[in-house]
Write a protein that binds this ligand. Structure first.
Ligand code: PAF
Length: 297
């Protein structure tokens, strides 16, 4: 049986670890130096129905990277490269799966580990960290995986155990399109909720109608520039659905800013601004600057 090694036991990483363990999968957590010498406690996962589930995982440190057979990277986008740099003993046939918000990281990972099968994905489960080893699963979502390089194409079967554990997981050869669709939603919801200090659902209040209309149009224009064919109306309908489904959640960027952590703004809005080139995207730009201004140095 493949052991899933999770790098990044934040909110979503811990939920995925818990759901995989519940399905009988072997799971290890790749821990950072600050955990060395500490007792490795069970994760406490609060399930969707409010039940507590203790999740036991095997602790691993960087020098044990030679033991990793499948690496699921669930850190924040800005942590991925630094976290992977230390894994000198990672076998070259170990698939690396990147499941973070935002884009622009896979290219760097590919340069770092050119021989490893590289898979990227999008995951829309809701999760909230409530304490050091305490995490709450706040919403069921979809997970999509797809290959970045030819070596990854042989790993489509990884979606099967993930689907059994998470309720939904599929393989797509057009993962770039799915990443763009997720990025577009994040580029609207995340900076707006973070700057206005609101839950996702509050974006549907009339006071946000005008900014939502302009921002969704700007983001859609960039998506068209990137070759995506979804119409503006369809994008707005999809956006509205995500807002409704996650109405009571605080977005990940809201949680990051509220807790004084760095945000993924460079990999979400920053990435879009870079791709926008000469397109006018004033609201995107303003939100980018505002989140940067409020982020810790
Ligand atoms: O980043 C997030 O918080 C989520 O991707 C989403 C979909 C915006 C819901 O909160």
């Amino acid at each position: 049986m493949t052991e899933w090694t999770i790098l990044g036991a934040g909110a979503l990483g811990s939920v995925v670890a818990g759901l995989l363990r519940r399905q009988g999968e072997a799971v290890s957590l790749l821990l950072s130096e600050r955990h060395r010498g500490h007792l490795h406690p069970c994760l406490d996962l609060v399930t969707l129905v409010g039940r507590h589930q203790l999740v036991d995982t095997r602790p691993l440190f960087a020098e044990q990277a030679g033991q990793i057979s499948c690496l699921l990277v669930m850190t924040k986008a800005y942590q991925v490269v630094a976290a992977l740099k230390g894994l000198h003993r990672l076998p070259t046939n170990t698939p690396i799966i990147l499941l973070h918000n935002g884009m622009g990281v896979a290219e760097q990972v590919q340069a770092l580990y050119p021989h490893n099968p590289l898979i990227v994905g999008v995951c829309s489960h809701g999760a909230m960290k409530e304490g050091d080893w305490l995490v709450r699963h706040t919403g069921k979502g979809e997970t999509w995986l797809g290959p970045v390089n030819p070596a990854a194409k042989a790993y489509a079967d990884l979606a099967r155990p993930l689907a059994a554990a998470l309720g939904h997981a599929k393989w797509s050869e057009d993962i770039l399109g799915l990443q763009h669709r997720k990025l577009a939603v994040n580029a609207v919801i995340n900076p707006l909720t973070a700057c206005h200090d609101i839950r996702n659902g509050q974006l549907l209040e009339p006071r946000f109608a005008a900014v939502l209309e302009q921002l969704s149009e700007e983001v859609h224009q960039v998506m068209v520039q990137l070759g995506e064919t979804e119409s503006l109306d369809d994008f707005r309908r999809r956006l509205r659905k995500v807002i409704e489904l996650t109405a009571t959640n605080y977005s990940s960027m809201h949680q990051d800013l509220a807790q004084g952590r760095p945000t993924e703004i460079d990999h979400i809005t920053g990435y879009l601004l870079a791709k926008a080139a000469t397109l006018p995207v004033p609201v995107c730009r303003q939100l980018y600057q505002e989140v940067r201004r409020r982020s810790p140095a």
